[in-house]
Design a protein around this ligand. Structure first.
Ligand code: PMP
Length: 426
């Protein structure tokens, strides 16, 4: 398994992570109350963190605490509670900025999640910088949320979408990518880690090639931030998006990082309270980034939860998390590959935390159902990445996804349950 840490150019030690920290997975598991429950009378084996991750007590308590002690609307009140809530909200922004190594907190826009963040960029960047005939480059690895917003823009503006192919193992074809870049290319929008195959995209190479032609790059970091250190400055990303709920935080919050000059040059995405400087019936003027993009009351409690989730991951040490997960993925890949009739889909050179597979003679949905009865929660389907399924000529796969709280014993439970499927369908 190649190094996930390569995704970031900055040494982890320099980023405040403690690479030498011992990783005690049993202690980690005790932080997640849900992991001690049973399903169908069996211990829960949760291998669906790529869809949404479970929440540690620290996140739950931080959210409860703000509601019990410091809750009010932010940015507008003169009273004590509003000031406390505003401080917590803006502290969360600082935490996200530090987590991504953004140059300053004003480069972070809170959104509902990655989907809304990509739609924001498609709308606002599209309005300012794109016209008919301009090209946006995506890859075959994209989640629907990094495809459909660009198609909506294509239908509105007449832009052209180009797609970087992948090889049979799920590696991006960089040679074709270089050939796709031209004076018509106005943006590259690409995932950091594929949610369907686990491929880690060689982002630095992708971004450097785009920047050589002064083309900005948007990165969908949903499946990267829970598993590896991300340094947007070292990578040179112009936009970077992620969702809080996959990072052990709550639903309803995510973040858009935007390089400040670029972000601040964009028109608003939605209009309403909080994003304006002045309003009259003739015209309104808008605040600067990031507030221009945060119309209405934001997800205050969720921002506090996201900050607690970031604290949690940072305290464990992202290097330690990476080592633990890389070990699990390697173990699971070997274990499942050794079962006759099981095919691992996606064997890219660099992978993170996701194992997609099929079982001969059993539809992935049936596999998922049998696994569920054995207490093993996986995803079965197209994973909101239909083009990649088409690429492999598959209707669906079974996807086991690993997080910092999973164990080798859970991988064993997965393998045993897969053998049970084969007995039932064999
Ligand atoms: N991109 C990727 C790679 C994802 O895995 C997901 C969620 N499955 C998304 C985007 C969309 O995230 P959300 O639904 O939280 O907006």
């Amino acid at each position: 398994m190649s190094s996930l840490a390569r995704a970031s150019e900055a040494p982890l030690a320099a980023r405040g992570d403690n690479a030498m920290q011992a990783f005690d997975v049993e202690r980690v598991r005790r932080d997640f109350p849900i992991l001690s429950r049973q399903v169908y009378g069996r211990p829960l084996v949760y291998l669906d963190s790529a869809a949404s991750a479970q929440k540690p007590r620290q996140v739950i308590e931080a959210m409860t605490s703000v509601m019990e002690t410091s809750y009010a609307n932010v940015h507008r009140g003169v009273h004590k509670l509003s000031q406390e809530a505003t401080d917590l909200f803006e502290e969360a922004r600082r935490k996200v900025a530090a987590f991504l190594n953004a140059a300053k907190p004003d480069e972070i826009v809170f959104t509902r999640g990655a989907t809304e963040a990509i739609n924001l960029v498609a709308f606002s960047f599209g309005q300012k910088y794109l016209k008919a005939g301009d090209e946006v480059i995506l890859s075959w690895l994209e989640h629907h949320s990094n495809i459909v917003p660009w198609q909506l823009l294509r239908d509105r503006l007449g832009i052209v979408i180009k797609v970087i192919p992948i090889d049979a193992d799920g590696n991006l074809d960089l040679d074709v990518y270089h050939g796709l870049l031209s004076e018509r290319t106005k943006l590259v929008a690409i995932t950091h880690v594929s949610n369907a195959l686990g491929t880690v995209v060689p982002l630095k190479a992708v971004i450097d090639a785009a920047h050589a032609r002064e083309i900005p790059v948007l990165v969908d970091g949903c499946q990267a931030v829970p598993h590896m250190a991300v340094d947007v400055q070292a990578l040179g990303a112009d936009f970077y998006v992620f969702s809080g709920h996959k990072l052990f935080g709550p639903t309803g919050i995510g973040a858009l990082y935007g390089r400040f000059d670029l972000l601040d040059s964009l028109p608003p995405y939605q209009g309403g309270g909080e994003m304006i400087s002045t309003v009259s019936f003739e015209r309104s003027t808008f605040k600067r980034a990031p507030h221009r993009f945060e119309a209405g009351t934001p997800a205050i409690i969720e921002a506090v939860g996201l900050a607690a989730a970031i604290d949690y991951v940072e305290a464990l040490g992202r290097d330690a998390v990476h080592t633990h997960e890389a070990g699990l993925l390697g173990y699971a890949t070997d274990k499942l590959s050794a079962i006759p009739g099981v095919t691992v889909v996606g064997r890219a050179r660099d992978k993170a935390s996701i194992l997609s597979f099929t079982v001969e003679g059993a539809h992935p949905h049936d596999v998922g159902t049998v696994l569920d009865r054995a207490g093993v929660a996986v995803r079965a389907g197209h994973h909101c990445a239909q083009p990649i399924m088409d690429r492999f000529d598959l209707p669906a796969t079974v996807r086991a996804s690993f997080a910092l709280y999973n164990t080798r014993a859970e991988v064993d439970a997965l393998a045993d349950a897969v053998k049970l499927v084969q007995e039932l369908f064999g």
